[in-house]
Design a protein around this ligand. Structure first.
Ligand code: NAD
Length: 485
Protein backbone atom coordinates (compact mmCIF):
# COMPACT_ATOMS: atom_id res chain seq x y z
CA UNK A 1 0.00 0.00 0.00
CA UNK A 2 1.72 3.12 -1.19
CA UNK A 3 -1.04 5.69 -1.36
CA UNK A 4 -1.02 7.92 1.66
CA UNK A 5 -2.37 11.28 0.62
CA UNK A 6 -2.65 13.07 3.89
CA UNK A 7 -0.04 11.57 6.16
CA UNK A 8 3.06 13.70 6.16
CA UNK A 9 6.25 12.24 7.67
CA UNK A 10 5.14 13.65 11.03
CA UNK A 11 1.78 11.96 10.62
CA UNK A 12 -0.36 15.11 10.64
CA UNK A 13 -3.31 15.20 8.27
CA UNK A 14 -2.11 17.70 5.70
CA UNK A 15 -2.42 17.18 1.98
CA UNK A 16 0.74 18.62 0.48
CA UNK A 17 1.72 19.48 -3.05
CA UNK A 18 3.88 16.95 -4.90
CA UNK A 19 6.63 18.70 -6.80
CA UNK A 20 9.75 17.31 -8.45
CA UNK A 21 9.15 13.87 -6.95
CA UNK A 22 8.62 14.97 -3.32
CA UNK A 23 5.91 16.37 -1.01
CA UNK A 24 6.07 20.13 -0.54
CA UNK A 25 4.45 22.06 2.33
CA UNK A 26 3.15 25.60 2.22
CA UNK A 27 3.22 28.20 4.95
CA UNK A 28 -0.58 28.26 5.08
CA UNK A 29 -3.28 25.60 4.86
CA UNK A 30 -7.04 25.52 4.36
CA UNK A 31 -9.55 22.93 5.57
CA UNK A 32 -10.77 20.09 3.37
CA UNK A 33 -14.50 19.76 4.12
CA UNK A 34 -16.39 16.47 3.79
CA UNK A 35 -19.63 17.46 1.99
CA UNK A 36 -21.41 14.36 3.33
CA UNK A 37 -21.16 15.58 6.91
CA UNK A 38 -19.72 19.09 6.97
CA UNK A 39 -16.81 17.78 9.09
CA UNK A 40 -13.17 18.38 8.17
CA UNK A 41 -11.09 15.73 6.46
CA UNK A 42 -7.82 17.48 7.30
CA UNK A 43 -5.86 20.44 6.01
CA UNK A 44 -4.56 21.20 2.53
CA UNK A 45 -1.39 23.11 1.68
CA UNK A 46 -2.39 26.52 0.35
CA UNK A 47 0.29 27.00 -2.27
CA UNK A 48 0.91 30.25 -4.09
CA UNK A 49 3.30 31.77 -6.59
CA UNK A 50 6.43 30.30 -4.97
CA UNK A 51 5.29 26.67 -5.18
CA UNK A 52 3.94 27.16 -8.69
CA UNK A 53 7.31 28.56 -9.72
CA UNK A 54 9.06 25.62 -8.05
CA UNK A 55 6.85 23.17 -9.97
CA UNK A 56 7.22 24.91 -13.33
CA UNK A 57 10.99 25.11 -12.86
CA UNK A 58 11.13 21.40 -12.02
CA UNK A 59 8.99 20.55 -15.04
CA UNK A 60 11.17 22.68 -17.32
CA UNK A 61 14.31 20.94 -16.04
CA UNK A 62 12.75 17.48 -16.45
CA UNK A 63 11.47 18.28 -19.90
CA UNK A 64 14.95 18.29 -21.50
CA UNK A 65 15.43 14.57 -20.86
CA UNK A 66 11.77 13.60 -21.02
CA UNK A 67 11.18 14.96 -24.53
CA UNK A 68 14.20 12.93 -25.70
CA UNK A 69 12.75 9.61 -24.52
CA UNK A 70 11.33 7.28 -27.14
CA UNK A 71 7.60 6.65 -27.51
CA UNK A 72 8.31 3.08 -26.43
CA UNK A 73 9.89 4.26 -23.16
CA UNK A 74 7.04 6.64 -22.40
CA UNK A 75 4.51 3.98 -23.32
CA UNK A 76 6.08 1.56 -20.87
CA UNK A 77 5.96 4.07 -18.00
CA UNK A 78 2.38 5.17 -18.69
CA UNK A 79 1.29 1.57 -18.81
CA UNK A 80 3.02 0.88 -15.49
CA UNK A 81 1.25 3.88 -13.95
CA UNK A 82 -2.10 2.57 -15.23
CA UNK A 83 -1.39 -0.72 -13.46
CA UNK A 84 -0.62 1.07 -10.18
CA UNK A 85 -3.80 3.14 -10.41
CA UNK A 86 -5.81 -0.04 -10.91
CA UNK A 87 -4.05 -1.68 -7.98
CA UNK A 88 -4.81 1.30 -5.71
CA UNK A 89 -8.29 1.83 -7.14
CA UNK A 90 -10.16 1.15 -3.94
CA UNK A 91 -8.10 3.59 -1.86
CA UNK A 92 -8.32 6.26 -4.53
CA UNK A 93 -12.08 5.77 -4.85
CA UNK A 94 -12.57 6.22 -1.12
CA UNK A 95 -10.58 9.44 -1.05
CA UNK A 96 -12.51 10.74 -4.05
CA UNK A 97 -15.82 9.82 -2.47
CA UNK A 98 -14.91 11.58 0.79
CA UNK A 99 -13.60 14.71 -0.93
CA UNK A 100 -16.43 15.13 -3.42
CA UNK A 101 -19.35 13.26 -1.79
CA UNK A 102 -19.89 11.10 -4.86
CA UNK A 103 -21.20 7.56 -4.33
CA UNK A 104 -18.39 5.09 -3.86
CA UNK A 105 -19.25 2.94 -6.87
CA UNK A 106 -19.08 6.03 -9.11
CA UNK A 107 -15.71 6.91 -7.59
CA UNK A 108 -14.51 3.36 -8.29
CA UNK A 109 -15.49 3.83 -11.90
CA UNK A 110 -13.60 7.14 -11.99
CA UNK A 111 -10.44 5.37 -10.80
CA UNK A 112 -10.86 2.76 -13.57
CA UNK A 113 -11.34 5.49 -16.17
CA UNK A 114 -8.28 7.35 -14.89
CA UNK A 115 -6.18 4.20 -15.33
CA UNK A 116 -7.72 3.73 -18.77
CA UNK A 117 -6.49 7.18 -19.87
CA UNK A 118 -2.90 6.24 -19.08
CA UNK A 119 -3.31 2.84 -20.74
CA UNK A 120 -5.00 4.27 -23.84
CA UNK A 121 -2.34 6.95 -24.37
CA UNK A 122 0.41 4.41 -23.64
CA UNK A 123 -0.92 2.49 -26.66
CA UNK A 124 -1.62 5.27 -29.11
CA UNK A 125 1.60 7.17 -28.56
CA UNK A 126 3.49 4.35 -30.23
CA UNK A 127 1.66 4.95 -33.49
CA UNK A 128 1.49 8.72 -33.47
CA UNK A 129 3.46 9.68 -36.57
CA UNK A 130 4.39 12.68 -38.63
CA UNK A 131 3.81 12.88 -42.39
CA UNK A 132 5.97 12.58 -45.45
CA UNK A 133 4.84 15.14 -48.06
CA UNK A 134 5.64 14.39 -51.74
CA UNK A 135 6.26 18.02 -52.74
CA UNK A 136 8.96 17.56 -55.42
CA UNK A 137 11.35 14.76 -56.37
CA UNK A 138 14.35 16.81 -55.27
CA UNK A 139 12.90 17.74 -51.88
CA UNK A 140 12.47 15.42 -48.93
CA UNK A 141 9.69 16.95 -46.79
CA UNK A 142 8.47 15.54 -43.52
CA UNK A 143 6.70 16.68 -40.38
CA UNK A 144 7.41 16.02 -36.72
CA UNK A 145 4.91 16.42 -33.89
CA UNK A 146 6.93 18.13 -31.18
CA UNK A 147 6.00 18.52 -27.50
CA UNK A 148 5.33 22.07 -26.34
CA UNK A 149 7.36 21.85 -23.12
CA UNK A 150 5.59 22.52 -19.81
CA UNK A 151 1.83 22.08 -19.71
CA UNK A 152 -0.34 23.66 -16.99
CA UNK A 153 -3.65 22.05 -16.05
CA UNK A 154 -6.36 23.57 -13.84
CA UNK A 155 -9.27 21.24 -13.20
CA UNK A 156 -12.71 21.13 -11.55
CA UNK A 157 -13.90 19.15 -8.53
CA UNK A 158 -16.56 17.02 -10.14
CA UNK A 159 -14.43 14.24 -11.68
CA UNK A 160 -10.97 14.85 -10.20
CA UNK A 161 -9.37 11.54 -11.19
CA UNK A 162 -10.87 11.43 -14.66
CA UNK A 163 -9.85 15.03 -15.29
CA UNK A 164 -6.31 14.27 -14.10
CA UNK A 165 -6.04 11.32 -16.50
CA UNK A 166 -7.50 13.08 -19.47
CA UNK A 167 -5.16 16.07 -19.07
CA UNK A 168 -1.91 14.57 -17.84
CA UNK A 169 -1.84 11.29 -19.81
CA UNK A 170 -1.82 12.80 -23.34
CA UNK A 171 0.42 15.68 -22.22
CA UNK A 172 3.20 13.47 -20.91
CA UNK A 173 2.70 10.77 -23.56
CA UNK A 174 3.70 13.36 -26.16
CA UNK A 175 6.82 14.37 -24.21
CA UNK A 176 5.61 17.34 -22.17
CA UNK A 177 6.01 17.74 -18.40
CA UNK A 178 2.86 18.61 -16.48
CA UNK A 179 1.93 20.88 -13.57
CA UNK A 180 -1.63 20.32 -12.35
CA UNK A 181 -3.64 22.34 -9.87
CA UNK A 182 -6.54 20.27 -8.57
CA UNK A 183 -9.76 21.92 -7.48
CA UNK A 184 -9.70 23.45 -3.99
CA UNK A 185 -12.34 20.96 -2.75
CA UNK A 186 -10.80 17.76 -4.12
CA UNK A 187 -7.00 17.74 -3.88
CA UNK A 188 -6.22 14.32 -2.46
CA UNK A 189 -6.47 11.93 -5.39
CA UNK A 190 -4.37 14.21 -7.59
CA UNK A 191 -1.56 14.16 -5.03
CA UNK A 192 -1.82 10.35 -4.81
CA UNK A 193 -1.71 10.02 -8.58
CA UNK A 194 1.45 12.14 -8.74
CA UNK A 195 3.02 9.86 -6.12
CA UNK A 196 2.01 6.80 -8.09
CA UNK A 197 3.58 8.36 -11.19
CA UNK A 198 6.87 8.64 -9.30
CA UNK A 199 6.51 5.06 -8.11
CA UNK A 200 5.89 3.89 -11.65
CA UNK A 201 9.30 5.31 -12.57
CA UNK A 202 8.34 8.60 -14.16
CA UNK A 203 11.31 10.91 -13.53
CA UNK A 204 10.92 13.70 -10.92
CA UNK A 205 9.40 16.82 -12.43
CA UNK A 206 7.42 15.06 -15.17
CA UNK A 207 4.18 15.07 -13.14
CA UNK A 208 3.73 17.80 -10.50
CA UNK A 209 0.65 18.65 -8.45
CA UNK A 210 0.30 21.97 -6.65
CA UNK A 211 -2.61 22.27 -4.21
CA UNK A 212 -4.27 25.55 -3.36
CA UNK A 213 -7.03 28.01 -4.11
CA UNK A 214 -8.08 29.10 -7.58
CA UNK A 215 -7.35 32.82 -7.37
CA UNK A 216 -3.93 32.07 -5.79
CA UNK A 217 -2.28 28.87 -7.06
CA UNK A 218 -4.59 28.65 -10.11
CA UNK A 219 -4.01 32.24 -11.17
CA UNK A 220 -0.24 31.88 -10.59
CA UNK A 221 -0.12 28.81 -12.84
CA UNK A 222 -2.16 30.51 -15.57
CA UNK A 223 0.14 33.55 -15.49
CA UNK A 224 3.49 31.77 -15.18
CA UNK A 225 5.79 32.66 -18.08
CA UNK A 226 7.31 29.16 -18.07
CA UNK A 227 4.08 27.39 -19.03
CA UNK A 228 3.74 26.57 -22.74
CA UNK A 229 0.14 25.29 -22.85
CA UNK A 230 -2.86 25.64 -20.55
CA UNK A 231 -5.77 23.28 -20.24
CA UNK A 232 -8.68 24.33 -18.09
CA UNK A 233 -11.79 22.51 -16.90
CA UNK A 234 -14.27 24.61 -14.99
CA UNK A 235 -16.74 27.43 -15.26
CA UNK A 236 -17.09 29.70 -18.27
CA UNK A 237 -16.37 32.71 -16.07
CA UNK A 238 -12.99 31.45 -14.84
CA UNK A 239 -12.27 29.92 -18.25
CA UNK A 240 -12.34 33.34 -19.83
CA UNK A 241 -9.79 34.57 -17.24
CA UNK A 242 -7.54 31.63 -18.15
CA UNK A 243 -7.94 32.37 -21.86
CA UNK A 244 -6.99 35.98 -21.13
CA UNK A 245 -3.87 34.90 -19.26
CA UNK A 246 -2.95 32.56 -22.13
CA UNK A 247 -3.52 35.29 -24.71
CA UNK A 248 -1.27 37.72 -22.85
CA UNK A 249 1.58 35.24 -23.08
CA UNK A 250 0.54 33.86 -26.50
CA UNK A 251 0.26 30.24 -25.44
CA UNK A 252 -2.41 27.80 -26.64
CA UNK A 253 -5.27 26.93 -24.33
CA UNK A 254 -7.94 24.25 -24.22
CA UNK A 255 -11.15 25.26 -22.45
CA UNK A 256 -13.61 22.62 -21.24
CA UNK A 257 -16.40 24.66 -19.70
CA UNK A 258 -20.02 24.34 -18.68
CA UNK A 259 -23.02 22.83 -20.41
CA UNK A 260 -26.80 22.84 -20.54
CA UNK A 261 -27.26 19.71 -22.57
CA UNK A 262 -30.67 18.56 -23.77
CA UNK A 263 -32.48 15.29 -24.34
CA UNK A 264 -34.80 15.67 -27.33
CA UNK A 265 -37.49 13.05 -26.84
CA UNK A 266 -39.68 12.60 -29.92
CA UNK A 267 -43.13 11.00 -29.97
CA UNK A 268 -41.81 7.79 -31.54
CA UNK A 269 -39.10 7.29 -28.87
CA UNK A 270 -38.71 4.30 -26.59
CA UNK A 271 -40.05 6.32 -23.68
CA UNK A 272 -39.12 3.87 -20.97
CA UNK A 273 -35.53 3.82 -22.12
CA UNK A 274 -35.39 7.59 -22.43
CA UNK A 275 -36.84 7.96 -18.92
CA UNK A 276 -34.42 5.47 -17.37
CA UNK A 277 -31.41 7.11 -19.00
CA UNK A 278 -32.45 10.72 -18.37
CA UNK A 279 -33.08 9.94 -14.69
CA UNK A 280 -29.81 8.07 -14.28
CA UNK A 281 -27.60 10.70 -15.90
CA UNK A 282 -29.01 13.64 -13.95
CA UNK A 283 -28.52 11.71 -10.70
CA UNK A 284 -24.96 10.70 -11.57
CA UNK A 285 -22.59 12.69 -9.35
CA UNK A 286 -25.70 14.56 -8.09
CA UNK A 287 -26.05 16.27 -11.47
CA UNK A 288 -22.63 17.91 -11.10
CA UNK A 289 -21.47 16.78 -14.51
CA UNK A 290 -20.56 19.26 -17.25
CA UNK A 291 -22.29 17.02 -19.76
CA UNK A 292 -25.33 16.27 -17.57
CA UNK A 293 -28.52 16.07 -19.64
CA UNK A 294 -30.19 18.74 -17.55
CA UNK A 295 -32.91 19.80 -20.00
CA UNK A 296 -35.68 17.52 -21.12
CA UNK A 297 -37.31 18.66 -24.37
CA UNK A 298 -40.25 16.40 -24.96
CA UNK A 299 -42.89 16.03 -27.66
CA UNK A 300 -46.34 16.90 -26.32
CA UNK A 301 -47.70 13.41 -27.13
CA UNK A 302 -45.28 11.57 -24.80
CA UNK A 303 -44.89 14.30 -22.21
CA UNK A 304 -47.13 12.80 -19.52
CA UNK A 305 -45.76 9.27 -19.85
CA UNK A 306 -42.14 10.41 -19.77
CA UNK A 307 -42.60 12.59 -16.69
CA UNK A 308 -44.53 9.89 -14.83
CA UNK A 309 -41.77 7.36 -15.46
CA UNK A 310 -39.01 9.76 -14.37
CA UNK A 311 -40.92 10.84 -11.24
CA UNK A 312 -41.42 7.16 -10.34
CA UNK A 313 -37.68 6.61 -10.54
CA UNK A 314 -36.86 9.73 -8.54
CA UNK A 315 -39.25 8.57 -5.80
CA UNK A 316 -37.14 5.49 -5.02
CA UNK A 317 -33.71 7.14 -4.93
CA UNK A 318 -31.60 6.52 -1.82
CA UNK A 319 -29.74 9.57 -0.47
CA UNK A 320 -26.74 9.46 1.86
CA UNK A 321 -22.99 9.95 2.35
CA UNK A 322 -20.90 9.04 -0.69
CA UNK A 323 -18.96 6.35 1.14
CA UNK A 324 -22.26 4.54 1.97
CA UNK A 325 -22.72 4.21 -1.80
CA UNK A 326 -26.28 5.54 -2.15
CA UNK A 327 -27.95 6.39 -5.48
CA UNK A 328 -27.46 10.08 -4.71
CA UNK A 329 -24.73 11.63 -2.58
CA UNK A 330 -24.46 15.24 -1.41
CA UNK A 331 -23.51 18.18 -3.58
CA UNK A 332 -19.86 19.14 -3.30
CA UNK A 333 -20.44 21.91 -0.73
CA UNK A 334 -23.05 23.92 1.14
CA UNK A 335 -22.28 26.74 -1.26
CA UNK A 336 -23.30 24.54 -4.18
CA UNK A 337 -26.42 23.47 -2.28
CA UNK A 338 -27.41 27.15 -1.84
CA UNK A 339 -26.85 27.74 -5.53
CA UNK A 340 -29.11 24.84 -6.54
CA UNK A 341 -31.82 25.91 -4.08
CA UNK A 342 -31.65 29.46 -5.44
CA UNK A 343 -32.21 28.26 -9.01
CA UNK A 344 -35.14 26.08 -8.00
CA UNK A 345 -36.71 28.94 -6.03
CA UNK A 346 -36.30 31.18 -9.07
CA UNK A 347 -38.50 28.83 -11.12
CA UNK A 348 -41.68 30.58 -10.06
CA UNK A 349 -44.54 29.88 -12.42
CA UNK A 350 -43.23 26.44 -13.35
CA UNK A 351 -44.57 23.21 -11.88
CA UNK A 352 -42.25 21.37 -9.45
CA UNK A 353 -43.36 17.79 -10.12
CA UNK A 354 -41.13 16.32 -7.43
CA UNK A 355 -38.22 17.29 -5.17
CA UNK A 356 -37.16 20.90 -5.04
CA UNK A 357 -35.90 20.86 -1.47
CA UNK A 358 -32.68 20.28 0.44
CA UNK A 359 -32.49 16.84 2.02
CA UNK A 360 -31.24 15.71 5.40
CA UNK A 361 -30.54 11.99 5.59
CA UNK A 362 -31.28 10.63 9.05
CA UNK A 363 -28.63 11.46 11.63
CA UNK A 364 -26.68 13.84 9.35
CA UNK A 365 -27.20 17.53 9.91
CA UNK A 366 -24.28 19.18 8.12
CA UNK A 367 -24.39 17.61 4.64
CA UNK A 368 -25.06 19.34 1.32
CA UNK A 369 -27.90 17.14 0.07
CA UNK A 370 -30.62 18.03 -2.44
CA UNK A 371 -33.61 15.94 -3.51
CA UNK A 372 -34.00 14.73 -7.13
CA UNK A 373 -36.05 17.47 -8.75
CA UNK A 374 -38.26 17.50 -11.83
CA UNK A 375 -39.64 20.88 -12.96
CA UNK A 376 -42.26 20.99 -15.72
CA UNK A 377 -43.51 23.83 -17.88
CA UNK A 378 -40.21 25.69 -17.80
CA UNK A 379 -40.03 28.87 -19.86
CA UNK A 380 -37.04 28.43 -22.21
CA UNK A 381 -36.05 32.03 -21.51
CA UNK A 382 -35.88 31.53 -17.72
CA UNK A 383 -32.46 31.35 -16.01
CA UNK A 384 -33.21 27.80 -14.86
CA UNK A 385 -33.55 26.78 -18.53
CA UNK A 386 -30.49 28.65 -19.76
CA UNK A 387 -27.90 28.53 -16.97
CA UNK A 388 -25.99 25.62 -15.55
CA UNK A 389 -27.52 24.51 -12.24
CA UNK A 390 -25.08 21.68 -11.43
CA UNK A 391 -27.47 19.70 -9.24
CA UNK A 392 -29.98 16.81 -9.54
CA UNK A 393 -32.49 19.04 -11.30
CA UNK A 394 -34.18 18.24 -14.59
CA UNK A 395 -36.22 20.95 -16.34
CA UNK A 396 -38.93 20.09 -18.85
CA UNK A 397 -40.12 22.04 -21.88
CA UNK A 398 -42.64 20.67 -24.40
CA UNK A 399 -42.43 20.94 -28.19
CA UNK A 400 -44.69 19.99 -31.06
CA UNK A 401 -42.45 20.08 -34.16
CA UNK A 402 -38.92 18.97 -35.00
CA UNK A 403 -37.86 22.51 -35.88
CA UNK A 404 -39.09 23.74 -32.54
CA UNK A 405 -37.17 20.98 -30.74
CA UNK A 406 -33.92 21.90 -32.50
CA UNK A 407 -34.41 25.61 -31.80
CA UNK A 408 -35.00 24.88 -28.12
CA UNK A 409 -31.95 22.61 -27.97
CA UNK A 410 -29.76 25.33 -29.49
CA UNK A 411 -31.36 28.07 -27.42
CA UNK A 412 -28.72 28.49 -24.73
CA UNK A 413 -25.21 29.94 -24.74
CA UNK A 414 -23.80 26.46 -24.12
CA UNK A 415 -23.29 23.64 -26.64
CA UNK A 416 -21.51 20.67 -25.07
CA UNK A 417 -23.44 17.46 -25.74
CA UNK A 418 -26.99 16.30 -26.47
CA UNK A 419 -29.22 13.30 -27.16
CA UNK A 420 -31.92 12.51 -29.71
CA UNK A 421 -34.52 9.90 -28.76
CA UNK A 422 -36.41 8.57 -31.79
CA UNK A 423 -37.00 5.36 -33.74
CA UNK A 424 -36.84 7.27 -37.05
CA UNK A 425 -33.31 6.81 -38.41
CA UNK A 426 -33.53 9.70 -40.85
CA UNK A 427 -34.70 12.06 -38.11
CA UNK A 428 -31.95 10.82 -35.80
CA UNK A 429 -29.22 11.80 -38.27
CA UNK A 430 -30.95 15.01 -39.34
CA UNK A 431 -31.40 16.27 -35.80
CA UNK A 432 -27.96 15.08 -34.65
CA UNK A 433 -26.45 17.23 -37.41
CA UNK A 434 -28.52 20.28 -36.43
CA UNK A 435 -28.06 20.24 -32.67
CA UNK A 436 -24.91 22.13 -31.63
CA UNK A 437 -22.51 20.20 -29.39
CA UNK A 438 -19.25 18.31 -29.33
CA UNK A 439 -20.97 14.93 -28.89
CA UNK A 440 -24.51 13.96 -29.88
CA UNK A 441 -25.97 10.64 -28.79
CA UNK A 442 -28.89 8.80 -30.39
CA UNK A 443 -31.08 6.64 -28.13
CA UNK A 444 -28.40 6.64 -25.45
CA UNK A 445 -26.46 9.20 -23.45
CA UNK A 446 -22.78 9.44 -22.59
CA UNK A 447 -20.23 6.72 -23.04
CA UNK A 448 -18.82 6.03 -19.60
CA UNK A 449 -15.51 7.82 -19.42
CA UNK A 450 -15.48 8.08 -23.19
CA UNK A 451 -11.68 8.01 -23.15
CA UNK A 452 -11.47 7.27 -26.89
CA UNK A 453 -14.01 9.87 -28.02
CA UNK A 454 -13.02 13.46 -28.83
CA UNK A 455 -14.74 15.72 -26.32
CA UNK A 456 -15.29 19.45 -26.09
CA UNK A 457 -17.76 22.20 -26.74
CA UNK A 458 -18.94 24.91 -29.03
CA UNK A 459 -19.80 28.48 -27.97
CA UNK A 460 -19.61 29.09 -24.18
CA UNK A 461 -18.87 25.42 -23.53
CA UNK A 462 -15.31 26.10 -24.62
CA UNK A 463 -12.94 25.22 -27.44
CA UNK A 464 -10.34 22.63 -28.27
CA UNK A 465 -10.81 18.91 -27.83
CA UNK A 466 -9.63 16.55 -25.11
CA UNK A 467 -9.78 12.75 -25.08
CA UNK A 468 -9.20 10.41 -28.02
CA UNK A 469 -6.33 10.72 -30.43
CA UNK A 470 -7.17 14.39 -31.08
CA UNK A 471 -5.78 15.29 -27.65
CA UNK A 472 -2.30 14.38 -28.86
CA UNK A 473 -2.50 17.19 -31.41
CA UNK A 474 -3.41 19.67 -28.68
CA UNK A 475 -0.20 18.92 -26.77
CA UNK A 476 2.13 19.06 -29.75
CA UNK A 477 3.04 21.46 -32.55
CA UNK A 478 3.92 20.45 -36.09
CA UNK A 479 7.40 21.15 -37.38
CA UNK A 480 7.91 20.73 -41.13
CA UNK A 481 11.42 19.88 -42.32
CA UNK A 482 12.40 20.41 -45.93
CA UNK A 483 15.61 18.81 -47.25
CA UNK A 484 17.06 19.70 -50.68
CA UNK A 485 18.33 16.43 -52.10
P1 NAD B 1 -14.39 26.90 -11.32
O1 NAD B 1 -14.22 27.59 -12.62
O2 NAD B 1 -14.82 27.69 -10.15
O3 NAD B 1 -13.02 26.19 -10.87
C1 NAD B 1 -12.32 25.33 -11.72
C2 NAD B 1 -10.86 25.38 -11.37
O4 NAD B 1 -10.38 26.70 -11.58
C3 NAD B 1 -10.55 25.03 -9.92
O5 NAD B 1 -9.33 24.29 -9.87
C4 NAD B 1 -10.35 26.39 -9.28
O6 NAD B 1 -9.51 26.35 -8.16
C5 NAD B 1 -9.71 27.15 -10.42
N1 NAD B 1 -9.88 28.60 -10.33
C6 NAD B 1 -10.88 29.31 -9.75
N2 NAD B 1 -10.65 30.63 -9.87
C7 NAD B 1 -9.49 30.77 -10.54
C8 NAD B 1 -8.73 31.88 -10.99
N3 NAD B 1 -9.12 33.14 -10.76
N4 NAD B 1 -7.60 31.63 -11.67
C9 NAD B 1 -7.20 30.38 -11.94
N5 NAD B 1 -7.85 29.29 -11.53
C10 NAD B 1 -9.00 29.48 -10.84
O7 NAD B 1 -15.37 25.71 -11.64
P2 NAD B 1 -15.92 24.64 -10.63
O8 NAD B 1 -17.08 25.23 -9.94
O9 NAD B 1 -14.81 24.05 -9.85
O10 NAD B 1 -16.40 23.49 -11.65
C11 NAD B 1 -17.65 23.46 -12.17
C12 NAD B 1 -17.63 23.92 -13.60
O11 NAD B 1 -16.75 23.08 -14.36
C13 NAD B 1 -18.97 23.74 -14.25
O12 NAD B 1 -19.26 24.87 -15.02
C14 NAD B 1 -18.78 22.52 -15.13
O13 NAD B 1 -19.64 22.45 -16.22
C15 NAD B 1 -17.38 22.67 -15.55
N6 NAD B 1 -16.82 21.38 -16.03
C16 NAD B 1 -16.61 21.24 -17.37
C17 NAD B 1 -16.13 20.04 -17.87
C18 NAD B 1 -15.90 19.86 -19.35
O14 NAD B 1 -15.20 18.94 -19.71
N7 NAD B 1 -16.46 20.70 -20.21
C19 NAD B 1 -15.85 18.99 -17.00
C20 NAD B 1 -16.07 19.17 -15.63
C21 NAD B 1 -16.56 20.39 -15.16
Amino acid sequence: MTVSPTASPAGERVTKSFIDGAPVSSAQTYPNIDPSTGATLGEVARAGEAEIDQAVTAARRASRAWRATTPEQRSELLSRLAGLIDAEGETLARLESEDSGKPLSQARNDARVCARYFRFYSHVIESYYGLSIPLRPDLHVYTRREPLGVTGHIVAWNYPMQLFGRAVAPAIATGNCAVLKPADETPRTAVCLARLAAEAGLPPGVVNVVTGLGPEAGAALAAHPGVDHLSFVGSTEVGSLIAGAAARRVVPVTLELGGKSAHLVFADADVERAAATAAAVILQNAGQTCSAGSRLLVHERVHDELLRRIADRFATVSIGPGVADPDLGPLVSRKQQDRVRGYVESARGADIVCGGTVAEPEGIAGGAYFTPTLIDGVDPAAPIAREEIFGPVLTVTTFSTEDEAVALANGTDYALIGAVWTRDLARAHRVAAQVDGGQIYVNTYGAGGGVELPFGGFRKSGYGREKGIEALDAYTATKTIVVQL
